[in-house]
Design a protein around this ligand. Structure first.
Ligand SMILES: [Zn+2]
Length: 149
């Protein structure tokens, strides 16, 4: 019974698309981390600097509790009973998504351009040289004017 289960699992796992899917998921997760870091560590600091030293990860609204102005989000969260609305983190997630979507769009476009164009279907009919009607490509005699082709 165990060997049967193992065989079934092996058949499932060696099906190419399962491996492809797993590789895709793992690559996607790793890629997502790169994009998050790109946005949070590379793109947003200069933008924040231009906007007067805004750190997007620390943009939040205090809904409940007493938080001194300028407290970092992590510190504010650590204060007991404080509820914050973290729109800065949400904003970063949206920017992440837009960049990932744009890169995916470019990737798909590029992969599609690598695919050779589909070969045109061979013609199914030819034109009879005598009566100009369409006849079957392999016809030896025209069904319309009975000429030998
Ligand atoms: Zn004909």
């Amino acid at each position: 019974m165990f060997t049967g289960f193992f065989k079934e699992f092996k058949n499932f796992a060696v099906r190419g698309n399962v491996i492809d899917l797993a590789v895709g998921l793992i690559m996607g997760a790793a890629f997502g981390k790169i994009i998050s870091s790109l946005v949070a560590d590379i793109i947003m600091p200069p933008i924040g600097l231009l906007l007067g030293g805004t750190d997007f990860a620390n943009l939040y609204v205090v809904l409940k509790g007493d938080v001194p102005v300028g407290t970092a989000l992590a510190d504010a969260k650590a204060i007991a009973g404080v509820v914050t609305l973290n729109y800065g983190v949400f904003l970063l997630a949206i920017i992440d998504f837009i960049i990932v979507a744009f890169i995916m769009f470019l990737l798909v476009k590029w992969i599609n351009s690598l695919k050779p164009p589909a070969p045109a279907a061979p013609p199914a009919t030819k034109e009879c040289p005598f009566c100009r009607s369409a006849v079957h490509i392999e016809a030896k005699r025209c069904p319309h004017c009975t000429s030998q082709l």
